[in-house]
Design a protein. Structure first.
Length: 318
């Protein structure tokens, strides 16, 4: 190869497919959460929602209304809880038999609920609970529970609860006192709260998923930019160290970069060359033929052809 003849090297275009995925290491959990290509079905509710922020919000809501709530994922883990009643925390959830009733009731309560709807259920321990599913991108990731309470037009059967205290060995006085502290809500209040929580669950589900998609988009962009920087560094190293003339162009043939060898052989300055197009230098092929080569490079990643250029002094490279 003669050093005074140009070598035209068709470099692959900058496209998403060419750039590929970033090689930067990432933890398994962050990969599951942030990978642009990972399945949303592989995520857990705690991956998506801001648990501390939601806990603070619901704590404040409980102070305002006295209505306790809980968010539990589909694995049964309690992520957020506020205002649970003593009759459940200090009695039902402690005794094995009544705790089994709680688990069974929770399971029954969350079966067959359509998104955006609620299910009301009187558990085996005679308490009312309400649940609504938390749906993210058509995936059921958890449930929001509201309770425990009585309706104010259905006073609890005190003798029934007294019998339960004896059956399970609860301290009767403490147990009935906890019963008396359990809130009584009107049906209008319950309906209002249901509307509030329907909106709340839709809001944080959609917002959280939108934030997740935004984060994934940002990760994809960062991966692309990092790959681009690496590819540009590789191209630049090839161009600046080669003894052959190299240049890079836009898809329409405008010169973007030239190496020192091409500057020296062409007789033009770098600044002059960067204002030129391939057709300004090429003497063997027409502008249409040049465009056809570029199209082949873009679509197939490369092309092989002969070329002749004219130097600034008018000499032809052969």
């Amino acid at each position: 190869m003669h050093t005074d003849s140009p070598t035209v090297v068709a470099l692959p275009p900058y496209t998403d497919a060419a750039l590929g995925e970033s090689e930067a290491p990432i933890s398994a959990r962050l990969n599951r959460l942030l990978s642009p290509d990972s399945d949303i079905g592989a995520l857990e509710l705690s991956d998506i929602i801001d648990v501390p922020a939601l806990q603070t919000l619901l704590d404040q809501f409980f102070k305002l209304t006295g209505i306790g709530v809980a968010i539990i994922d589909i694995q049964g883990r309690v992520l957020v809880a506020t205002g649970w009643q003593d009759i459940c925390v200090k009695f039902y959830r402690i005794h094995p038999a009544t705790c089994e009733n709680c688990v069974e009731s929770d399971t029954a309560l969350t079966q067959g609920i359509e998104p955006g709807t609620f299910k009301r259920y009187r558990c085996k321990n005679q308490m009312y609970d309400i649940a609504t599913p938390i749906i993210v991108s058509e995936q059921h990731l958890g449930n929001l529970f509201l309770g425990q309470f009585f309706f104010d037009d259905e006073p609890p059967n005190r003798e029934l609860f007294r019998a339960q205290a004896r059956r399970y060995g609860f301290d009767e006085e403490d147990y009935l006192a906890a019963l008396d502290r359990t809130p009584r809500w009107s049906r209008d209040t319950v309906n209002t709260v249901l509307e509030f929580y329907a909106g709340l669950t839709r809001m944080f589900s959609n917002l959280s998923y939108s934030n997740l998609r935004l984060m994934r988009s940002m990760i994809r962009q960062q991966q692309t930019e990092e790959s681009l920087r690496r590819r540009e560094a590789q191209y630049r190293a090839i161009m600046e160290t080669s003894q052959d003339g190299f240049w890079m162009t836009t898809p329409d043939g405008q010169l973007l970069e030239v190496n020192e060898t091409y500057v020296r052989l062409s007789g033009y300055t770098r600044q002059e060359l960067l204002t030129m197009r391939i057709a300004d230098l090429e003497v063997k092929e027409s502008a249409e033929e040049i465009a056809a080569h570029i199209k082949t490079v873009v679509s197939q990643g490369g092309d092989l052809f002969e070329t002749r250029h004219r130097t600034k002094s008018g000499r032809l490279w052969s």
